[in-house]
Ligand binder design. Structure first.
Ligand SMILES: [Zn+2]
Ligand SMILES: [Zn+2]
Ligand SMILES: [Zn+2]
Length: 564
């Protein structure tokens, strides 16, 4: 049986108290499958259920079977009666349609697929009865819903992750991409964890009441399903976050890793052309034998070097990075395995190499809390780019303002080392609640995770050091740079209203697209550098020179403020 600890459940229920229909207490049921074993929380069973949009990936599979070798179609959702989102999703491809769970897109796929193929794919996954029309195939309840046993559903999603589709493997990849994105910023964004594939479903019970479903998978063989009644799919995803994180923290895989952290190094660059140098005074095992003290050699995919004191280099770009640990080269990435302390020191060296000792301890604790939330990449706990946390090992620090040309920062003194006493304080403080994120400068107006990413806390704690608006900035994005970053044909741009998560909306002929902060930041950085969007902008104005943006602070402005 899954134990749902009282503390988590209280938190979840408090969160839902506001949204629960007519004071009815929401009930959360959980199903967990790991290594083929099913566990069910109290009060739930393995009887067949209607799960709504969780059917959608299998509609995509049916379409692929009916259209071998065809690329996935694009479709414009105009909303209204055709989709749960009344204003419409605009133009979508398969993976985005799945991330946003667009009904209009999947109805279009289902209508373009003969019924026998829909029945074959949905039936093969475990859904019954066979769908009689497109509505039923996409999980809408006319005339009666399809149902599936939770154990079959979890098994079918695991298979989706592992088994290629003989007809339409590229589409399966798009489906997986859509599920991946869903766990970050889609309908399942409430999971608030990385390294997952996820999908939600909302099933109407009657005119006023719905049941929410959220299903999440990781690549360690874990699959979990949550049902929240009453609730929506998005709420079920938020409710699943705590039990899922608790289970993943306690899994044997994590326990084996113990004190270790895996980091993707130089994540913004291809993992080719690097060399490794032994900085230590004794030979280091390197898979081919040993790398002698002071010896250096080229790295190839498949290499494993260490543990030891290493320097990774990319001469062509003048890049170096020193660290203590092990190095593994895969086809796509350079993966370092370090102790937690070494990782924390490497983030401190990047973000706060000098300065206030108390603040360094607070940052170290935030880094530990951040790590405790679970891994953020399939093959690593974290990357070293701003996607996760800026990490420079034992230096040198790099100037990443232009992502295409990282350079070593100007000569500067070595970062202050972290003493035993401070490490002890960091470990103790990391165990008590506090900020999980940190940012360059709050600008006097810290933001919540809800405001920036659309999940988690809705209200930000005030910054103890900046109570008035400060660190204001203005940037101009020339029209040409804009089109280079976001593509041609932009007709207008706007900022999403304050109520929802921050977003930069672009309107083009035939469609609109909203970019979240990280995405907008990354797109612009490729053209004008990382400083092009210092933080989520407050104002936007079209001028003769281009788009003029104004804002305050540096970074996402969530969590611990590192500003002077
Ligand atoms: Zn839609
Ligand atoms: Zn990352
Ligand atoms: Zn501040």
């Amino acid at each position: 049986m899954i134990s749902i600890r009282g503390r988590c459940l209280v938190g979840i229920l408090a969160w839902f108290a506001a949204g629960a229909a007519h004071g009815q207490e929401p009930v959360l049921h959980l199903w967990r499958m790991e290594l083929g074993r099913l566990e069910i929380s109290e009060g739930a069973s393995d009887l067949a259920l209607a799960v709504g949009s969780l059917q959608k990936p299998f509609v995509a599979r049916a379409w692929a079977q009916a259209h071998p070798d065809a690329p996935s179609p694009r479709f414009t959702c105009t909303g209204g009666d055709t989709c749960w989102l009344k204003k419409g999703h605009g133009e979508l491809g398969l993976s985005t349609a799945l991330t946003r769970s667009c009904n209009a897109y999947f109805r279009y796929l289902a209508k373009a697929t003969p019924l026998p193929q829909l029945a074959d794919s949905l039936g093969g996954a475990g859904f019954a009865p066979a769908p009689a029309n497109a509505e039923q195939a996409i999980g809408l309840a006319a005339p009666e819903p399809l149902r599936i046993r939770p154990s079959r559903l979890l098994g079918a999603y695991r298979e989706l992750l592992r088994e290629p589709w003989p007809l339409g493997e590229p589409l399966r990849r798009e489906v997986l991409h859509g599920l991946r994105e869903g766990a970050h910023r889609g309908t399942a964004g409430g999971l608030g964890a990385w390294g997952l594939w996820a999908k939600t479903g909302t099933v109407a019970l009657d005119a006023q009441h719905t049941v929410g479903f959220a299903l999440a998978l990781d690549d360690g063989g874990l699959a979990m399903l949550a049902r929240l009644r009453p609730g929506t799919g998005a709420q079920a995803a938020t409710a699943l976050a705590a039990p899922l994180a608790a289970h993943r923290r306690g899994t044997p895989a994590t326990a084996r890793a113990g004190d270790l952290v895996t980091v993707r190094l130089f994540d913004l660059l291809p993992a080719t052309g690097f060399t490794v140098l032994n900085l230590g005074s004794s030979p280091i095992p390197d898979g081919h034998g040993f790398l002698g003290p002071g010896a250096k050699r080229a790295l190839q995919p498949g290499d494993r070097v260490g543990p030891g004191s290493l320097e990774l280099g990319l001469e062509a770009r003048g890049l170096r990075r020193r660290f203590q640990g092990r190095l593994q080269v895969t086809r796509g990435h350079l993966l370092a395995t370090l102790s937690r302390r070494t990782y924390v020191e490497g983030v401190l060296a990047a973000e706060l190499p000098f300065g206030d000792r108390g603040l360094r301890v607070e940052l170290g604790a935030a880094v530990l809390r951040f790590l405790a939330q679970g891994r953020r990449h399939v093959d690593a706990d974290v990357c070293d780019s701003t996607h996760c946390a800026w990490f420079v090992g034992q230096g040198p620090r790099l100037d990443w303002t232009n992502p295409a040309r990282a350079r070593e920062a100007a000569a500067e003194p070595e970062p202050e080392p972290l003493g035993e006493a401070d490490w002890g304080r960091i470990e103790a403080l990391g165990k008590v609640p506090g900020p999980t994120f940190w940012t360059g400068h709050c600008g006097g107006r810290p933001l919540s995770t809800q405001h920036v990413w659309g999940w988690g806390e809705a209200v930000a704690a005030p910054c103890p050091r900046h109570s008035t608006v400060t660190a204001a900035w203005t940037r101009i994005w020339p029209r040409q740079a804009l089109e280079k970053a976001f593509g041609p044909g932009i007709e207008s741009m706007s900022l999403e209203p304050r109520a929802g998560p921050w977003g930069l909306t672009l309107i083009r002929k035939g469609g609109r697209k909203t970019y979240g902060y990280d995405e907008a930041h990354r797109c612009m950085a490729a053209v004008l550098g990382w400083d092009a969007l210092p933080s989520p902008a407050d104002q936007l104005e079209l001028t003769e020179e281009g788009l003029r943006l104004q804002g305050v602070g540096q970074g996402h402005r969530v969590g611990l403020c590192l500003g002077k």
